[in-house]
Design a binder for this molecule. Structure first.
Ligand code: SAM
Length: 365
């Protein structure tokens, strides 16, 4: 018991208590006949302790781990979902605190109501709501995705978010780990499972096709996620971007001239060729129309003023990832260059283009 307590980082007293209330009972026996923890007991203890760390009460935990109707993988996925939700909430609080610090730094007053919002669900809603303000299906990109999906009738949408690009007239199942995003899915949209790409809770070949749009760069292990998509579906369609091209950081003026930190955000992100190879796929370029309806990072390449708007930036994860200092500097210098005419001097030729290739790619397997 002492060894298990040491490994698990709890006291022997805690283990005795769990034993006494029947939560985790050591069911094996040592050679000398003392009670000891079997592998299954340790598995159960690990689950109990993880739920404890999430702040759940012992009675609640007993119900969760005692539920014989769910197998261990299903329970681990549930636990994972809870942990991700916790992480999302912490991220949202950090972002809100950063904004409050910035406001205070500029000498602005922060109302008691705004301060309390940092802790509550309202703020969470506010931050999640930022996504739907500018992120919606761009019909021309959707057509390209639809073509790649072909005649697939059952479609899995991984990293589905609020449901953009989910094709109508097909049987869609969504996977989305963030509760903030799940909550914003419109009423009547496809059923959504709380899970991650890297461990899809479906049998092999469950779907005609699996799609993933603007999400792979958020995955902890993109290759594992792609292989999972391949496993559960006969066809795979992924919208992502290409960082194989030498000097890719310079193809978009925003990254080149104002936000070089963007390259750091993508450090470790696999190459397009590597991702395509992993699932035996081909790639095709996805031009971004000048009036792109989906407010993704590159969407406003011909509408630079948009990047000066806070709601536009809040719906792009890049800005949160580079941090407030880089964000403020980029916005300030872009604003100055727009005002002085320097931006137009450098990028005036873009006005003649209706669409631009800024590295967005479709991987189709
Ligand atoms: C930029 S949003 C894209 C949402 C939607 N596909 C769209 O095009 O509007 C990225 C989404 O990926 C989700 N995500 C992050 N990590 C993930 C993972 N490991 N597996 C699946 N989805 C993930 C995020 O929660 C978020 O909803």
């Amino acid at each position: 018991m002492g060894r298990v307590a040491e490994l698990a980082g709890v006291t022997v007293r805690t283990l005795h208590h769990y034993d006494a209330i029947g939560l985790v009972r050591p069911s094996a026996r040592t050679a000398k006949g003392y009670r000891a923890y079997s592998a299954e007991d340790v598995e159960r203890l690990r689950e109990v302790l993880a739920y404890r760390r999430l702040g759940l009460g012992l009675r609640e935990i007993a119900e969760l781990v005692g539920d014989a109707s769910t197998d261990v993988v299903a329970r681990l996925l549930q636990l994972r979902g809870l942990l991700l939700e916790r992480r999302d909430r912490a991220d949202a609080m950090v972002a809100a605190l950063d904004r409050e610090l910035e406001a205070r730094g500029r000498g602005l007053t922060v109302t008691p109501e705004e301060q309390l919002e940092v802790l509550g669900g309202r703020l969470y809603d506010a931050i999640g709501g930022a996504y739907t303000a500018t992120r919606r299906t761009e019909p021309r990109i959707a057509t390209q995705i639809l073509d790649a999906l072909g005649d697939a009738q059952t479609v899995l949408n991984v990293g589905a978010g609020t449901g953009n690009y989910e094709p109508a007239g097909r049987e869609v199942t969504a996977v989305e780990p963030s509760a903030v995003m799940r909550r914003q899915r419109p009423v009547g949209s496809a059923p959504c499972v709380a899970a991650v790409a890297e461990s899809l809770p479906f049998e092999d070949d469950s779907f005609d096709a699996a799609m993933a749009v603007s999400t792979v760069h958020h995955w902890a292990d993109p290759m594992a996620g792609l292989r999972e998509m391949r496993r559960v579906a006969r066809r795979v369609v992924v919208l992502t971007f290409d960082i194989d091209e030498p000097g890719w950081q310079d193809r978009f003026w925003l990254t080149r001239d104002y936000l070089p930190e963007f390259a750091g955000v993508l450090e470790g992100f696999p190459s397009l060729a590597g991702m395509a190879d992993a699932i035996d796929a081909r790639t095709e370029s996805v031009p971004i129309p000048w009036d792109c309806a989906d407010g993704l990072f590159e969407a406003y390449w011909r509408r630079p003023e948009a990047y000066l708007k806070e709601p536009v930036r809040r719906a792009m994860s890049v800005w949160t990832r580079v941090g407030p200092e880089a964000e403020q500097r980029a916005v300030r210098t872009l604003g100055e260059d727009l005002e002085s005419g320097r931006w137009t001097e450098r990028n005036g030729d873009l006005a003649d283009l209706d669409a631009a290739d800024l590295g967005l790619r479709l991987i189709v397997a």
